[in-house]
Ligand binder design. Structure first.
Ligand SMILES: [Cu+2]
Length: 307
């Protein structure tokens, strides 16, 4: 009997090991990707810290899960009912009860500790290199640069429309401060590659809402942004694009936005300034990580295609 049990458990271990290996190989992902457990690749130091917390939390959860599965499956497989006799009863075992009360408490304390450390790092605020006001409204975004003025004395601003995705142009490798607000209902500023989102509220000061966060985008690129709070009919279409330019190019961009475009006699728009900079794909005048949606609902129901 004991020999049979041993070969059976050895076989079980071998099969489950193989299943795990095939499962991992079949996903075709790298170790780095695997350790992100489904999260996108972050582009800020803040995102990297949150990703580390996430990876270790999942590994800890898997370790506890594994222990639990063994503790459940072991009696199920190897201690089945053998006779009508009542087995030895082991309740009210004080040392054991102390252990399984203390261990979960320690687990929670450790998770709490690292969560607070990470949160403090992510929420930390210093004197920023650039401040941007993010104004959300039904159903689009406006990005204002409060420290730069157009020739008319208005702050430089980029507003999205239903036919144009707004571009939030920021410098890479510099500390950017995002000041979030809403003009109507709650929205949520979400850039998946920041691994961060935060709700936007009307009148944040009056509501005592912490509407400011900062980060440094550590690489140049274009990153899609979305509204992550169900805010009405066209919520799904509240997309934007973060464009992280090399710092010197960003300076030129912002400088252009404070000037009048001789071709239109109006201040440079975001697209016009990017065209003027002419730095390849990073200066594309239109968003390329997302596109405007057809807002004509009548049209959708007539043609039946859900674009
Ligand atoms: Cu929204």
């Amino acid at each position: 009997m004991s020999f049979g049990v041993r070969t059976r458990s050895a076989r079980l271990a071998k099969v489950s090991g193989l299943v795990g290996l095939v499962g991992f190989a079949a996903t075709g992902c790298s170790v780095d990707e695997f350790l992100r457990f489904g999260w996108p690749q972050g582009v800020t130091p803040q995102a990297e810290r949150m990703r580390e917390l996430w990876t270790w939390s999942v590994l800890a959860a898997l370790a506890v899960g594994l222990l639990m599965w063994v503790l459940i499956l072991w009696p199920v497989l190897f201690h089945r009912k053998r006779s009508e006799e009542l087995p030895k009863q082991t309740q009210y075992n004080i040392p054991l009860e102390l252990v399984y009360t203390t261990v979960p408490f320690v687990i929670i304390a450790v998770l709490f500790f690292f969560t607070v450390i990470t949160q403090n790092f992510v929420q930390n605020q210093k004197e920023p290199d650039l401040a941007v006001e993010v104004v959300s409204f039904q159903w689009n975004w406006e990005f204002r640069y409060p420290d730069s003025q157009t020739p008319d004395g208005e702050p430089v601003s980029t507003v999205g429309t239903s036919t144009e995705i707004p571009l939030l142009v920021v410098p890479a490798q510099r500390l950017v401060e995002y000041r979030l607000t809403s003009t109507d209902v709650l929205h949520s500023f979400f850039v998946p590659e920041f691994l961060f989102k935060r709700d936007t509220f009307p009148h944040p000061q009056q509501n005592n809402s912490d509407n400011v966060f900062q980060n440094v985008i550590d690489r140049e690129g274009a990153f899609v942004g979305r509204c992550a709070e169900l805010c009405g009919t066209y919520h799904a279409q509240m997309n934007f694009e973060v464009r992280a330019l090399p710092p010197d190019q960003f300076d030129q961009y912002l400088e252009l936005r404070t000037q009048t475009n001789p071709a239109t006699s109006q201040p440079y728009t975001a697209s016009e300034a990017l065209v003027e900079l002419d730095c390849g794909e990073l200066c594309a005048p239109e968003a390329f990580t997302t596109r405007p949606f057809d807002t004509d609902r009548q049209n959708r129901s007539v043609t039946g295609n859900g674009n």
